[in-house]
Ligand binder design. Structure first.
Ligand code: MN
Length: 234
C-alpha cells in the first residue's frame, strides 16, 4: 500500500532533495518562523524501514512536493488459529441462555482488552465489564460484584497488586477471585503474584486456552462461594 501526501509549498531543488533525510538538517529553514529540529523525516524513514517499507519524495520547485511511503499489506489478525479452535471447544461451566456470570477485566492496553472482548463474545453467558485503571476497577467491582476479576499488574497509578489488596480488604469484594495477568513471566514473578493472594497468574501474550481454563476454575470457585453464603443464610 502506498500513502502519498501532496503539498503546494515551495518545492525542493535537487540539492535539497539530496540532503532531505539527514538528521538536524532543515535545508535552510532554520532561520524561518516554522519551529523544528529536523528529525521528523529521519524518524519517519527509520520507522517505515523497520516495518520493511520504503519512503520517498518527488518535488518540483514552485509547484510542491509529494511525500510517500509504501508498506506491505497483511491480512487482518483474527482468532482463527489453532488456539481459536481450542477456545471453541472449551465450555465454561454454565448453561446456555441468560448471562449468568460477570467478569471484570482491568487493563490499560487496548489490544489486550480487544482480545479478551473477542473471546468473551463467544460466550454469551458471560457479561464483560472493563476498566482501564485500578481505581475505576475497584469502583466497578464494588458496584457490580463480578464473579471473577482479571487484573493487569502494570496499570497507570495504582498497580494490580495494590488494587487486589484493596478488593480483598473490603468484605463486599473479598471473596471475588482475582486472576493476575502480566507480561512479567519469570517464575519468581508468578510466585510473588500467587503469594500476594492472586487466584491464578497468567502471562502475556494471552494464550486463549490458558485464559479459558483459568476462567473455568475461577467461575467454579465463585459458584462454591455463592453456595457457601446461601447455606449460611439458610
Ligand atoms: Mn498494563
Amino acid at each position: 500500500m502506498r500513502v502519498s501526501i501532496r503539498d503546494t509549498g515551495p518545492g525542493l531543488n535537487s540539492e535539497q532533495l539530496a540532503q532531505l533525510f539527514q538528521a538536524f538538517n532543515r535545508l535552510g529553514q532554520e532561520a524561518g518562523n516554522e519551529e523544528g529540529t529536523g528529525i521528523g523525516l529521519v524518524v519517519a524513514k527509520r520507522l517505515v524501514e523497520l516495518m520493511g517499507g520504503v519512503i520517498g519524495v518527488e518535488s518540483t520547485v514552485g509547484v510542491g512536493s509529494v511525500f510517500w511511503f509504501e508498506l506491505a499489506t497483511a491480512v487482518e489478525p483474527s482468532l482463527a488459529t489453532a488456539e481459536g479452535d481450542a477456545a471453541a471447544l472449551i465450555k465454561l461451566p454454565v448453561s446456555r441462555g441468560a448471562r449468568l456470570h460477570t467478569m471484570l477485566y482491568v487493563e490499560d492496553n487496548p489490544a489486550n482488552l480487544k482480545l479478551i472482548e473477542q473471546i468473551i463474545a463467544r460466550h454469551e453467558d458471560i457479561r464483560l465489564l472493563t476498566a482501564v485503571n485500578g481505581k475505576s476497577g475497584i469502583e466497578i467491582a464494588r458496584e457490580f460484584l463480578p464473579d471473577v476479576i482479571l487484573m493487569d499488574i502494570n496499570l497507570p497509578g495504582m498497580d494490580g497488586f495494590e488494587a487486589m489488596r484493596i478488593l480483598h480488604s473490603d468484605p463486599a469484594t473479598a471473596n471475588i477471585p482475582v486472576i493476575a495477568i502480566s507480561a512479567n513471566a519469570m517464575p519468581r514473578d508468578i510466585k510473588r503474584g500467587l503469594d500476594a493472594g492472586f487466584f491464578r497468574y497468567i502471562t502475556k501474550p494471552i494464550k486463549v486456552t490458558e485464559f479459558l481454563e483459568s476462567m473455568n476454575v475461577a467461575l467454579e470457585y465463585a459458584q462454591t462461594q455463592v453456595k457457601g453464603i446461601s447455606t449460611l443464610t439458610k
